[in-house]
Design a protein around this ligand. Sequence first.
Ligand SMILES: NC(=O)C1=CN([C@@H]2O[C@H](COP(=O)(O)OP(=O)(O)OC[C@H]3O[C@@H](n4cnc5c(N)ncnc54)[C@H](OP(=O)(O)O)[C@@H]3O)[C@@H](O)[C@H]2O)C=CC1
Ligand SMILES: Nc1nc(=O)c2c([nH]1)NC[C@@H]1CN(c3ccc(C(=O)N[C@@H](CCC(=O)O)C(=O)O)cc3)C=[N+]21
Length: 289
Amino acid sequence: MSALILDGKALAKSREQQLHAAVKKFQDGGGLQPVLATILVGDDPSSATYVQMKVNACARVGMGSRFISLPASTTTDQLLEKIDQLNNDTEVCGILLQHPVPEQIDERACFDAIAIEKDVDGVTTQGFGLMAMGEPAFGSATPAGIMTLLKHYDVEISGKHAVVLGRSPILGKPMAAMLLNANATVTICHSRTQNLAALVAQADIVVGAVGQPELIKADWIKDGAVVVDAGYHAGGVGDIEKTGLQERVAALTPVPGGVGPMTINALISHTLESAQRLELSTVHPNTVE
Ligand SMILES: NC(=O)C1=CN([C@@H]2O[C@H](COP(=O)(O)OP(=O)(O)OC[C@H]3O[C@@H](n4cnc5c(N)ncnc54)[C@H](OP(=O)(O)O)[C@@H]3O)[C@@H](O)[C@H]2O)C=CC1
Ligand SMILES: Nc1nc(=O)c2c([nH]1)NC[C@@H]1CN(c3ccc(C(=O)N[C@@H](CCC(=O)O)C(=O)O)cc3)C=[N+]21
């Protein structure tokens, strides 16, 4: 057996072509160019690279972006003020606050200050709650991208045992909720979990999101499983060790070229959707009924 490669890079590329056409159609119909605002606080080089990738993706599909760079010494109040400005800026339809922010900032308060209709990265408490309840909201970008990838490749989720390793607010926790909504039986593991290996061995679907290079060992994973690696570390290494997996699992995401490109794709898809919704809710002063 040779595993099906869940090629996020290729899928994101073809979805970008569709998005490009949809953005053009939206603007031809009189819509304003969708604009994503990205906020980067501090000067962490890898965060700067991720934000740049998001800005580039907007440009590729014909969307606008607004890049806001704030100093590492920014306070919670200053960041809240910036978010408030963007909430009230009628040109901006999506807001992304790059995680992590410097430690003096209350990240949760800042995420929650993002207006729900502009929360295209799915980071607000309200957005998470709606998504978890199966109500309309933009899901967190990385798990939303993973769900799109699994759906595209017809990976069966209903009734399967999914083991999610990691419970962070923007990855593990929303991932578990999305899989549950898709009728998986879900186990969530974290740093206090005992018998990690035994739990992973039961998984039909494994999602690695622990932030530790190759912490999840190949020999924990059962034959025929679907392996999703959200981890991303220097040298093209994920959170899951891949040795020998290709020959015995059903499907697997490569690192790079798997989850990463789908995260960005989810974000820009949500931004167009937000533009379309905001347009619908806007009363045009010069529209004659
Ligand atoms: N490709 C993409 O688009 C993205 C990739 N990432 C990558 O995904 C990974 C996870 O990111 P993120 O969720 O933000 O990370 P966080 O550091 O916020 O969360 C890590 C989670 O893993 C758990 N964990 C840590 N160590 C262990 C362990 N030894 N055993 C079991 N669980 C453990 C933690 O548990 P506890 O809660 O108990 O502390 C925590 O819930 C990283 O590699 C990151 O680079 C992240 C975002 C997007
Ligand atoms: N609020 C917030 N939302 C995020 O979605 C978010 C965040 N903060 N903070 C940091 C992480 C990280 N992240 C990545 C996105 C794309 C790739 C990606 O596209 N990687 C390429 C590799 C690109 C290359 O190295 O050339 C790949 O996996 O193929 C990686 C990582 C989003 N994050």
